[in-house]
Write a protein that binds this ligand. Structure first.
Ligand code: F6P
Length: 452
């Protein structure tokens, strides 16, 4: 659109930096001569390389027509000029929040990239998340070397361990100062990223040169503006196996009902995607889609019809679904500030049993709650590859002096997402979007809410 007049507005996706990058990247020695041509798809990436957020042509046209530049992310990747002198860098890594497949793979990738690509020799693991930055807990540091991390990807969990919750921010920044840390990697979800952003603010107040870079972790896949968080695919693959088992059990008895409860506190990505992967769920209940038990279109009547016609049924329920049934319970929050959920899995089973008991119909209900099993696994192959990329891109960003960002993927590109944008809201399953429509098509599930 050469003739469009663009208004210069402040870029909402601008990435904070610690200062001008004046150090030649050591990758120049490894990857090619300084005079190599480079562009957005080359070895080195320039800050001017941008990835469109909305790629729908109509939207792009509309933005240009109205004189706006369409919103875009800064592309991730190695910069020719970096901010830190790598031999003087002291880096720290922490994992916070719930465990997730791939934590060790990310730690490994961070360490190997820093050590071999940049020549960083001082890399420390902070134990038990943000707690490890608070002296009164007495957690030791772990020196992370290529030898230390060489086999850690074989195991689930985190070699650094994790914890939920945030601590006094000035106290934590005191610790970073005391340790002379120049780069902090925070591997975590929403709560961890909020914490990272508060640390960035305090670093800014003290005018310190410490880069803080996040890597998006959560099996729930609910980080805003991040197409996929690592660990999600492994969790889905494990969850799909449980749905398969529930289906087998449901088929194995008259009026067999398999109920599977899956993690997914606020967003139903795991339940929806695992149901698609396995293709045997008949009802998928997620936080984003309302449902009722009673009434002619409610779940119980639907289930009865299904059992009469097909003899068995599989129900997949995300832990955050149907929370309206627990409104009388007092609100409680965990250390990360997440609302504690009522146990929809057990409640659903009770309601189904009561319903059929009242009708004197014998059912065979098998309830499966794989719970932490889906997130304590080592990462599968695709997550492993993904974790490797995320670690590399995080190191490139940090060495370039970029801060207050989380590495994301968007439209098949690795990008820098400002943390404040990533935590501004939670990513949800759009009930009119392609994922949920596909679930409805695959299951044939009708609307289950009275007002639907
Ligand atoms: O990491 C997110 C998550 O897997 C949620 O789906 C789940 O509600 C939560 O963790 C449970 O973890 P914890 O018991 O450690 O709080």
């Amino acid at each position: 659109m050469p003739n469009a007049k663009k208004t210069k507005v402040q870029d909402p996706m601008a990435i904070q930096t610690l200062g001008d990058p004046r150090v030649k990247s050591p990758l120049l020695r490894i990857r090619g001569s300084e005079d190599d041509e480079y562009d957005c798809s080359g070895v080195f990436v320039e800050d001017a390389c941008r990835i469109l957020i909305d790629v729908e042509m109509a939207e792009v046209r509309n933005q240009w027509k109205n004189g706006h530049e369409p919103e875009s992310f800064e592309a991730a990747g190695p910069r020719r000029m970096i901010f830190f002198d790598p031999v003087k860098v002291k880096a720290a890594i922490l994992t916070a929040g719930g465990l997730c497949p791939g934590l060790n793979d990310v730690i490994r990738s961070l360490v190997l990239t820093m050590h071999f690509r940049y020549g960083v020799r001082n890399i420390f693991g902070i134990r038990y998340g943000y707690q490890g930055l608070v002296p009164r807990f007495g957690h030791d540091l772990i020196e992370l070397t290529p030898g230390y991390v060489s086999d850690i990807h074989q195991f689930g969990g985190s070699v650094l361990s994790s914890s939920r919750g945030m601590y006094d921010v000035p106290e934590m920044v005191d610790a970073l100062e005391r340790l002379n840390i120049s780069v902090l990697f925070t591997i975590g979800g929403d709560g961890t990223l909020r914490g990272a952003s508060r640390i960035v603010e305090e670093i800014g107040r003290r005018n310190l040169k410490i880069a803080v870079v996040g890597v998006p972790k959560t099996i729930d896949n609910d980080i805003n503006l991040v197409a996929r968080s690592f660990g999600f695919e492994t969790a889905v693959a494990t969850a799909a196996e449980v749905i398969k088992a529930a289906h087998t059990e449901a088929l194995g008895a008259p009026w067999g009902i398999g109920v599977v409860k899956l993690m997914g506190r606020e967003s139903g990505f795991i339940a929806a995607t695992a149901s698609l992967a396995q293709g045997e769920a008949n009802y998928v209940l997620i936080p984003e889609s309302d449902f009722d038990f009673d009434g002619p279109g409610g779940l119980l009547a639907e289930l009865e019809n299904r059992l009469k016609n097909r003899g068995h049924a599989v129900i997949v329920v995300a832990e955050g679904a149907g929370q309206k049934f627990f409104q009388s319970q007092p609100e409680a929050f965990d250390a990360s500030g997440n609302r504690k959920q009522g146990d929809i899995g057990r409640y659903l089973c009770d309601r189904v049993r009561e319903y059929f008991q009242a009708k004197n119909v014998e059912i065979n209900l098998k309830y499966m709650d794989p719970s932490y099993l889906i997130r304590s696994q080592p990462a599968n192959a695709t997550d492993r590859v993904y974790c490797g990329f995320l670690g590399q891109k995080a190191v490139h960003a940090a060495m370039a002096g970029k801060t207050n960002l989380v590495i994301g993927t968007w439209n098949n590109h690795y990008v820098h997402v400002p943390i404040p944008k990533a935590v501004a809201s939670r990513k949800k399953v759009h009930t009119d979007g392609v994922l949920w429509r596909s679930v409805l098509e695959a299951t044939g599930q009708p609307p289950l809410a009275a007002e639907a």
